[in-house]
Structure formats: structure tokens, C-alpha cells
Design a protein around this ligand. Structure first.
Ligand SMILES: [Zn+2]
Length: 436
């Protein structure tokens, strides 16, 4: 990443657009710069196959039109033989996380330190092509701070939806006091909430503090001590209370799940998405299909966790859980695919370095998705999952001008998405390495 270069490219683009004459009669903001981006191929996020050359007419931060011929009177950014796609969306990130932080070290870490790491994480995610990230659990409102700083133009990063504290039962996956001696267990700000009333109160509190969505930890997890991924952490009643309260306040709920019972209960409770769902079988997948629940696979995350040499410095008991979960995750993905469950791209980036989560695409294709399905999971389907289908996820009029381009054909080789050389967010070029 070269921030100075990105700024330079942006300045050139805007200067071009501003000094060029505008077409008359545009309905968009007449002060907004208008220009077009063209490339030999377009994957628009909706069509079942790639399209040929189009000109994407952009007004300010928004796509005004997609045309088959060059629009008159506006400057054109020509990306040559590249393939243009909608900006990518990751539905499961932790942008305020410090990667590879040992458990003891985490106790010494501060919110300020996490915010500094977060600034870099956001730039890395955007540089890899992720123009939108749903962030599903941070602490101390670092996620809210990152989101607001990005929206204010103070730092570079994806559009963010944030969950603030993930709701967890006492002893659950997100309880920071798991395995800590009770002598030290005083009041501590966390997502811990037990029982229907506490769950409702925590949902209200998170929204008061800036949450765009609610995350619940419905089962045990992998990277926490004492809890078991196969156990449910919340009762069906508690999950229903979270969903009802969030829905009343206009928010979706995302549910961390591994065990089958937790997957089924979360779906029956009405959550928008189940994350991981590692032990989902055909029966559980049919429940998701019936309820219209989205499934966020996060298949890549166990690979860096289990890399030889333990680069992420994971504790032995958590490595054992990761090995067990890995034996089931891809089977869950295939069950979802068979049942026709809506699958939205999500990775758990933050456990491993942001920007490398594009490696998730290859696994989806290995496990039976077509390349176009895999791309749509991270564009149109992901946008629908987060409720932003009118804003992002497709190259269509009215959507934000969030675009990425790749050099080769991602239908022939899905790993082209691991090497995104050109990124535009809201009509501004953030990265331009296409000519190299
Ligand atoms: Zn996660």
C-alpha cells in the first residue's frame, strides 16, 4: 500500500473530472464530478455471466448509468482489458482486532492500541478490494470509532456496519473472564448478558452506543478457553429476545454458531445470518432454507490458525478445537449448497491478517460453487444479507461507485481476486496498480 500514491491518483481523477465539461440535464448533483470507467469485461453482481465492455457513468460517489457506448462530454478512465466488478463485501470481520495477540498480552492491550491497529486493518481491507465490511464484534467502541472516522473521511477504509460488543452468556465464547480466577472477576464492560431481560437490555445498550447490528454468540467458540463449540450458550428464549428487541429497533442479528442445535435455534429465533455453522448438516441446512437465514461460511480462517509453526500464537487447547471444527466446516458448506441456502461471503478476518481474506473465494469454488456464485456471495448476496442492497453489491444505477478491477478472468481463475490491483470507493480511486 502506498497512501501517497493513492492520494495522487485520486487528485488526478478529480482534477480531470472537474475541469471537463459536464453533459447538460444530469439529474444528479450538478456540482458532483462526472466521469466514466470502462473495461473490457464487467461482472455486475447480478447477471449470470460476465458482460462485455461497458462504460460505468459516475456522478460524485454514485453510479449514474451503465452504458454500452462511451458517454459524451465526460472524461473516461479506461482500464483496458481488465474485468470490472462491484466492490467486495465481507460479512464477518473484526477490524479492531490485533492479529496474533497472545491471551496474556491481550490483558495488557488498550482501546487506543486497538484503534491504531484498526486504522491499518481498514486500509489493508480496502486495498484488497473490500469496500464494505460488516464488523461483528469489537470492544470498547473501537469499531464505532473506525466507522465514524472513515465516514468523516479522516482515515481510509471500507464502509462499515458495526456490532459493538457481541452478546454472550456467562462463560460463553465472548466472556473475557473465562478461565480467569474469580478473585479478579469484578465488573468489566463486556457483552455478557444472561436471561431474557439482560439480553434485551444489552441489545438496547449496544444500539445506544452506536451498533448497526447485533451479534450474539449462540454457541461456544474455538478461540476461547473453557467453552465448547458444540454447546449452545443461549436458550431459544434468549435468542428470540435478542432478535425481537433488535428487530423492534430496526437492526438485524448475526449469530455466531458451531454446533447443530445452536444453528437451528438461531435460525428459528429469526436471526439474519448464522456465522460459521460448522456442524450444520442437511437437516439444519433445510431449517435455514425454510427460514431464509443467510449462512456466512468463514472456511479459510482455520487454515492460518492451524498453519505449521503456529504463527498466530494460538493456545494448545484452542488449536485442538480448531482441528476438530475443521473436520466439519466444509461439509457444512456443501450441505448449505445442496439445500439452496443463501450463502454470503464472510471470513473472520482479524483472527488472521486483514487483506488476505480473499483466499476464501478459492475454497468456495473447490467445494462446489461456480465462480460467478462465489463472486455474487461477496457482492449482491452479501449486500442483501446486510440490508444494503440499494447501496452496494451491484454495478447498477443508484449504487455507490464502489468498484474493483482485476487483470485476468476471475471466472477462469478465481484467485485473480487475491490480487486486486485497482480499487475505487465512492467514486474515488484508492489503489491503482493496474499498469504494473
Ligand atoms: Zn468472528
Amino acid at each position: 500500500m502506498r497512501p501517497a500514491r493513492a492520494v495522487h491518483v485520486l487528485a488526478v481523477t478529480l482534477a480531470l473530472a472537474i475541469t471537463f465539461p459536464r453533459a447538460a440535464g444530469a439529474q444528479a448533483d450538478t456540482h458532483a464530478p462526472r466521469f466514466a470507467v470502462t473495461a473490457a469485461h464487467l461482472i455486475d453482481g447480478r447477471s449470470p455471466a460476465p458482460r462485455g465492455r461497458v462504460w460505468v457513468l459516475i456522478s460524485g460517489d454514485t453510479i449514474e448509468a451503465v452504458r454500452a457506448s462511451a458517454p459524451a462530454g465526460v472524461p473516461v478512465v479506461d482500464l483496458g482489458n481488465a474485468t470490472l466488478l462491484p466492490g467486495l463485501i465481507d460479512c464477518h470481520t473484526h477490524l479492531s482486532a490485533r492479529v496474533g495477540l497472545p491471551r496474556l498480552e491481550a490483558f495488557r492491550s488498550t482501546a487506543a492500541r486497538a484503534a491504531i491497529a484498526g486504522v491499518n486493518n481498514c486500509r489493508q481491507a480496502l486495498s484488497a478490494g473490500f469496500t464494505t465490511c460488516r464488523d461483528v464484534g469489537g470492544a470498547e467502541l473501537v469499531d464505532v470509532g473506525l466507522r465514524d472516522a472513515i465516514n468523516a473521511g479522516e482515515i481510509e477504509g471500507p464502509r462499515m456496519l458495526v456490532a459493538t460488543w457481541a452478546l454472550t452468556a456467562t462463560g460463553g465464547h465472548g466472556d473475557p473472564l473465562n478461565a480467569v480466577s474469580y478473585h479478579w472477576c469484578n465488573d468489566l464492560m463486556s457483552g455478557v448478558a444472561d436471561g431474557v431481560d439482560e439480553v434485551r437490555k444489552k441489545v438496547r445498550f449496544n444500539i445506544q452506543q452506536g451498533a448497526d447490528l447485533i451479534k450474539i454468540l449462540a454457541t461456544g467458540g474455538v478461540l476461547s478457553p473453557r467453552d465448547d463449540p458444540q454447546h449452545t450458550s443461549y436458550s431459544l428464549e434468549e435468542m428470540k429476545a435478542a432478535v425481537e428487541e433488535a428487530r423492534r429497533l430496526g437492526r438485524f442479528v448475526a449469530a455466531h454458531t458451531h454446533g447443530k442445535q445452536g444453528v437451528i435455534w438461531a435460525s428459528e429465533a429469526g436471526v439474519r445470518s448464522v456465522e460459521h455453522a460448522s456442524y450444520m448438516d442437511d437437516e439444519a441446512a433445510r431449517v435455514l432454507k425454510k427460514n431464509g437465514t443467510y449462512y456466512i461460511p468463514t472456511l479459510y480462517v482455520v487454515e492460518p490458525i492451524l498453519d505449521p509453526g503456529n504463527p498466530l500464537k494460538i493456545e494448545a487447547e484452542n488449536l485442538a478445537k480448531a482441528r476438530e471444527v475443521r473436520r466439519h466446516m466444509r461439509g457444512a458448506f456443501r450441505a448449505a449448497l445442496r439445500a439452496g441456502v443463501k450463502i454470503a461471503f464472510g471470513t473472520d478476518a482479524g483472527v488472521f491478517p486483514h487483506g488476505t481474506q480473499t483466499r476464501e473465494f478459492k475454497i468456495y469454488v473447490e467445494e462446489g460453487m461456480t465462480p460467478i456464485q462465489a463472486i455474487q456471495s461477496a457482492t449482491r448476496v452479501a449486500a442483501e444479507c446486510i440490508g444494503w442492497e440499494k447501496k452496494v453489491g451491484t454495478v447498477e444505477p443508484g449504487r455507490y461507485a464502489d468498484l474493483v478491477a482485476v487483470r485476468g478472468d476471475p471466472i477462469a481463475d478465481i484467485t485473480e481476486l487475491e490480487r486486486v490491483p485497482w480499487v475505487m470507493k465512492g467514486g474515488k480511486v484508492f489503489k491503482n496498480e493496474l499498469t504494473r
